[in-house]
Design a protein around this ligand. Structure first.
Ligand SMILES: Nc1ncnc2c1ncn2[C@@H]1O[C@H](COP(=O)(O)OP(=O)(O)OP(=O)(O)O)[C@@H](O)[C@H]1O
Ligand SMILES: [Mg+2]
Length: 233
């Protein structure tokens, strides 16, 4: 998969450039929203605060894509509780879809020190895909499991849904920028898994689409459990 690798590198450069250019307008949006949020009546103020917080998250994402390391919010490690982190990522993407969430965190690893923002972006993207894939299905559900592989000292986070699963083409091309099977009317840009792929690697991890035994899609993300093994330390 050498040419695939080369394509990824070229796209990495492109994303780096884009991320850099996005920094300036994002910063103005953030400052303007913050300034305006203290002025108008209540309903508008709420929306402006939301605009501000979303712009802040985009800013963190830009920082992460640019590879800014320690000191930025994006790659900073914090102590998290897996259960809470997963629940809040799910809440952020669920909307009014009817999908059940099942979480399984292995005993003894309820808390962890990980780059919270990166893990959050990764989980939200995977969960959004799962919610979209299971929409309208009876018993729609997504299962998130977290385990610790003591041989490699990695957390293994798997996200599995009971939707239709990846098509053969999607399985091969899922991590390509702009690859989507969702069409323009169904809010698919095809950047979700592309960004996820880069983030996972940036924090020293790996990602794979597993050949799920059962029906549905299963994605497995592995990240170093030992903070000192992350490249950005
Ligand atoms: N849980 C899933 N089940 C089935 N197919 C999936 C799943 N997740 C991703 N895919 C396939 O991989 C493609 C790429 O996913 P990706 O998240 O990169 O883009 P997208 O979801 O189409 O758009 P975006 O994330 O930018 O809104 C999807 O269009 C879909 O075909
Ligand atoms: Mg997506």
């Amino acid at each position: 998969q050498l040419s695939q690798r080369r394509k990824m590198d070229a796209l990495g450069t492109l994303v780096g450039g884009l991320a850099h250019e996005l920094g300036t307008p994002l910063n103005s949006i953030l400052l303007l929203a913050d300034a305006a949020a203290v002025e108008p009546p209540e309903p508008a103020r709420k929306k402006l605060q939301l605009i501000g917080s979303q712009a802040r998250r985009c800013g963190d994402l830009v920082a992460l894509l640019l590879g800014y390391s320690s000191g930025t919010a994006a790659s900073q490690s914090r102590e998290i509780r897996w259960e809470e982190l997963i629940q809040s990522c799910f809440a952020a993407v669920k909307g009014d879809a009817s999908v059940a969430l099942f979480t399984e965190v292995a005993p003894g690893i309820e808390t962890a020190v990980v780059p919270e923002l990166a893990i959050r972006q990764i989980l939200e993207n995977l969960l959004r895909n799962a919610v979209q894939a299971t929409q309208g299905r009876p018993q729609a559900g997504v299962r998130v499991q977290v385990e610790l592989d003591r041989d490699t000292d990695e957390y293994e986070i798997s996200v599995q849904d009971n939707g239709p699963g990846f098509s053969e083409e999607a399985r091969e091309r899922a991590f390509e920028a702009f690859f989507t099977t969702k069409g323009p009317l169904r809010q698919g840009t095809g950047l979700g898994l592309y960004v996820v792929y880069h983030m996972v690697h940036q924090i020293g991890g790996r990602i794979s689409i597993s050949d799920a035994m059962e029906q549905g899609a299963k994605i497995v993300v592995r990240v170093p459990a030992d903070d000192s093994k992350r490249p950005d330390r």
